[in-house]
Design a protein. Structure first.
Length: 284
């Protein structure tokens, strides 16, 4: 007797690939985030993709400073800072310093689902974005060949033009951490941010403490980059309200009429003895 034959497939996953990942899809209707494949499949650091996915999943108004991200991730400040820098360079993230109506300066972070950068040469026109207009590049002199590209050199003012108080704060950081040695150009570049902190009422000792706290055990880049990031990301404190001057305390005097003690700028009679009726009774 022949064995019974069945038309049913031998396996439920007969059409699945023989190698690689097999997706088990679940249709989500809540608590999910849409991320483009260009971002999820971005080559490079996995930390960068993870930080981007985490920021994209947060509601508006969430804190995404380096300190807040370090509280969520196990990676240190250097890796988180590098991930934010890569996202900013790729056009997914933008950080602006904006002045609030109260006069306080805050850093506002904008995260884009689609990189906010120049459009492709043959691609569709890009919609206007809130990003600041790029700074026009300087034209090369006529004598420079078009096929040669001169290396970019950062022009900086002399050290004597920088705020001496800000320079003193920056140069004193190496006393707290010997690794925080800055070159003259780095000190000039960081001085305006420190000057802004000093103008906001932050004491030099407090600035030093903020710049030197929780530094990593090993620097993977120049320390000036870490200091610049902290100066840019740490919000400025609210200026303290003006302190009202207390009125001067008047001295005590003995009244010439009733010998009672009273406060007045000069010796004489108290308030009761200066009344007209009091003077008339005393004269009777």
């Amino acid at each position: 007797m022949a064995d019974p034959q069945s038309n049913a497939p031998l396996r439920a996953d007969a059409g699945a690939p023989t190698s690689g990942v097999i997706h088990v899809r679940t249709r989500l209707t809540a608590d999910f985030t849409v991320i483009s494949n260009a971002l999820a499949q971005r080559r490079g650091s996995a930390v960068t993709v993870g930080v981007a996915a985490y920021i994209a999943s947060l509601p508006d108004g969430s804190r995404v400073s380096i300190a807040a991200l370090c509280e969520h991730f196990t990676e240190g400040e250097i890796l988180i800072s590098r991930a934010l820098g890569e996202l900013e360079a790729a056009g997914y993230l933008e950080r602006r310093r904006e002045r609030l109506p109260s006069g306080q300066i805050r850093t506002r972070t904008y995260f884009y689902d689609v990189p906010c950068g120049p459009p492709a040469p043959d691609g569709p026109p890009k919609p206007p974005s809130p990003r600041k207009p790029p700074v026009a590049e300087k034209a090369l002199p006529p004598s420079t060949p078009a096929t040669q590209t001169a290396p970019h050199q950062e022009e900086s003012a002399p050290l004597s033009d920088a705020d001496p108080r800000a320079v003193a704060v920056l140069t004193s950081l190496r006393r707290v951490d010997p690794r925080l040695v800055l070159s003259e150009r780095e000190a000039i570049r960081l001085a305006p941010a420190v000057t802004q902190w000093l103008a906001a009422g932050v004491a030099p000792a407090q600035i030093t403490a903020l710049l030197t706290a929780r530094l990593p055990d090993r620097f993977l880049a120049r320390p000036a980059g870490i200091l610049a990031f902290r100066l840019r990301e740490t919000p400025l404190p609210t200026p303290p309200p003006p302190i009202a001057e207390r009125p001067a305390v008047l001295p005590f005097h003995t009244c010439d009429g009733c010998e009672r003690a009273f406060r007045a700028p000069e010796p004489g009679r108290c308030r009761d003895c200066r009344r007209p009726g009091k003077r008339l009774r005393a004269a009777a």
